[in-house]
Ligand binder design. Sequence first.
Ligand code: ADP
Ligand code: ZN
Length: 727
Amino acid sequence: MIIDVLVEINVGSKNQMFSYNVKEELQAKIKKGIRVTVPFGSRKLEGFVMDIRDSVEKNTYDLKEIINVVDDHPVLTDELLELGTYMSNFYLAPLIHCYQTMLPVALKAKRNTKINIKEEKYICLNKTEEEIKLYIKSNKSVLQNDILNSVISLGKVRKKDIGNQNVLRTLLKKELLKEIKEEKYRLDSGDVNNIQIHKLTPKQSDVVNLFLEGNKETYLLHGITGSGKTEVYMHIIDKVISKGKKAIVLVPEIALTTQLVARFQNHFGSDVAILHSRLSDGERYDEWRKVERDEVSIVIGTRSAVFAPLSNIGVIIIDEEHESTYKQENSPRYHAYDIALFRAGKHNAKILLGSATPSLESYARAKKGYYGFLELDERINGKDLPKVHVIDMKESIKKGHRIISLEMIEKIKEKLEKKEQVMILLNRRGYSNVLTCSNCGYTYKCPNCEIAMTYHKTSDTIRCHYCGYADKRESECRECHAKNLKDFGVGTEKLEEELKNIFEDIRIVRMDLDTTTTKGSHSRIINDFNNYKYDLLLGTQMIAKGLDFGRVSLVGVINADMGLNIPDFRSSERTFQLLNQVSGRSGRKDIEGEVIIQTFNTDHYVIECAKKHDYIGFYKREMAIRKKLFYPPFCFVATIKIMSKEYEYGFEISRKIGNYLRNKLPNHVVLGPTMANVFKIKNVYRFGCLIKYKTKEEINDVLRELIEHYGVGSKIKLEVDINPMRL
Ligand code: ADP
Ligand code: ZN
């Protein structure tokens, strides 16, 4: 028997597939998608079996033999095998990357990543119930009988839960009881609470029925924040499960899983598996196994949960479908929706995209009838969306309030007095964004990247947010030695300090990348805030989405225009989405909600539309611009990033690539090369070209040739991104 094995080798080689012989005694175990260990040069590698053949071919005598077979059954199902080929072709990514990205660490083709299965010891009866009952009747030891009775009534008891281990030992010796081991999952799946979900409102009910009965493959649910989308998801899943089918629910961020998972577990109990990157490798492996063994009907997770090996999928729900986290930023640069679409096709399942601010692409598709369109335009609590006040920071600064406007201060005071809660968004972590010498003008920049360092006061360090480089803050200027270092701009740390200065006894909790590095910190902050251990939650965009706190009556946004200046055709769209999402956190239950947006661009259409919660208005304005400039959804986009350690060389090659593309694709718009938004990262210069295309097939071969040409041995590195979310 000869097999083709796909391995991951880091030489950028085009071919990662190699043939091996399989000796007689291992042949029965070989299946497609199973992992094997193979010799590779002087190393041993793990790889996936891709193809199995008889060894009657020529030239097989010099093939090496595989060392062993890793798994009992394939880690890649037939469906995932096929999906990998599709991804590799569509995203022009190495096949091995596609498979590795689907699997939890413990199941990737990598050595020394194996996870132990945890076991729990249980005690159960070793004779029939009648025999044991007879024994109890004639037995005088009360202690023994207590244990026997509890095992009879419970069926099995965890060994460590039995109080008197000596007595237990006697019973085991008498062979009345026996010990068994069962696999124990690391994550507690919670009890089956089966708490009833709410009875749907007539509008919600319509949405559920239209979705279940309609004949489109994908539906877009445009529902304003607090309109009961999550509740709709649960009802749909209820119906899907009652037909014996299963569901995948994708959420954009881990922070969101906490509340959503709790709601799902309350209703569906242990029928839920959770998959996201904050789980330990062991936990992730366990959750994956639950799915693989058909023990759950629902998988909730972030992007990669779309690969969960569920059988018989009935629905795939993508919540907050517009979020850029659904796109993977490294190879394979896939979007969860594309994967969902492939899988829905295989399972004959439906896809539901939900959002209060759908991506322009999705909304346009729904309007054109490619997607079914569903709408929820009222809040469940019957209240209007929160009133939004826009504060002109140019005026505020004149009055001496640089960071927090007087209006915001008064409103916070008012809410605190009423014992309501406040959330404040500032989408920049750290203390300040630039550290500059006011004597000579020297600005601290990252030595490896073309970017100013951020000052972090808590650790008294300056840090690069691109490469992670960190340094102690110096007391005098590196250039002129004057003791005049000044920091400019405001990050979440400084904002926290400001708020504490203004409000004496305020209880503040901050949620950003710096306060959520340890496991479980997300959920702790969210739970504590929910239990009113804090008055004010401040944070980066992490706090903007999906969270449901009943006591929050004020949401404040500092520097709302920050994202508008990023040179990316989606910067307006993203800013609008962020403002709309965060506004939606206010006034979700019984209390009236309010929002304050601080901005320097009061008359920008993004701010105007956010003020009125006017998605349609925004959609129209933005579509007009996209049409004029010819950007998605009027075309698709692919980017080619060219990275080089040498500036001149990188630029030269980039120009060649730009010209090559223009030459080969005369019917397409090719832009560039331009310098990337952050031009130098980790001492590597970055250039970019951009292609606007209509059909993917037309550009595929040209791009593939390019990738192959600049593959092995090239001095530049090339990255192709099909439909990037960020330029
Ligand atoms: P969204 O996901 O659209 O933001 P949610 O599903 O979180 O909205 O609903 C907002 C709030 O309204 C939640 O607290 C939820 O429990 C409640 N809710 C949703 N649907 C109903 C209903 N039919 N009856 C009563 N309360 C509901
Ligand atoms: Zn850096």
